[in-house]
Design a protein around this ligand. Sequence first.
Ligand code: HEC
Length: 151
Amino acid sequence: MKKALSISLAAIALTVALPASAQFRKPEDAIKYRQSVMTLQGHHVGRIFGMANGRIPFDAKKAAEDAELLNSLSQLPWVAFVEGTDKGNTNAKAEIWKEKAKFDQTASKLQEDVAKLNAVAKTGNLDQIKAAVGSVGQTCKSCHDNFQKQP
Ligand code: HEC
């Protein structure tokens, strides 16, 4: 019993102790990770869009919460675009790694746009939220147009 426990603890330690360059054990794990974060981004930005175009009643507190979550989420996917993971169950184009600087620039642009959205969402000013979420949406789209295979 005790031995089994120490073996499983050792296994956990091994998982946690992976170097930064190998955050994912398998290419599929990196693909799943980034797709999951993208899905969550879509969910939270979608709610703000819904409020911006009147499909969902505007609720300043909820919009601010979504923007705050988006602010964290928008920092996460990029590390999971591990070189060579354009194969398998993914819509990532090989261009991501051929034009890495452009890809990284678009990722940074997204984080800047989201930071602005987060700032205006805290003020509760719907007109400013509309403008800021519009910029975010354009940046999502510009990256997808260049780097995501259209399913
Ligand atoms: C810098 C590039 C880039 C930006 C910016 C970006 N995406 Fe993506 N997104 C991708 C790529 C590449 C994929 C394909 C990932 C894959 O299949 O491995 C993707 C996939 C997705 C998916 C599909 C996930 C799935 O389950 O297959 C959704 C939804 C999504 N993105 C939403 C968003 C939203 C919303 C934003 C803006 C808030 C955004 N993305 C910004 C590059 C980007």
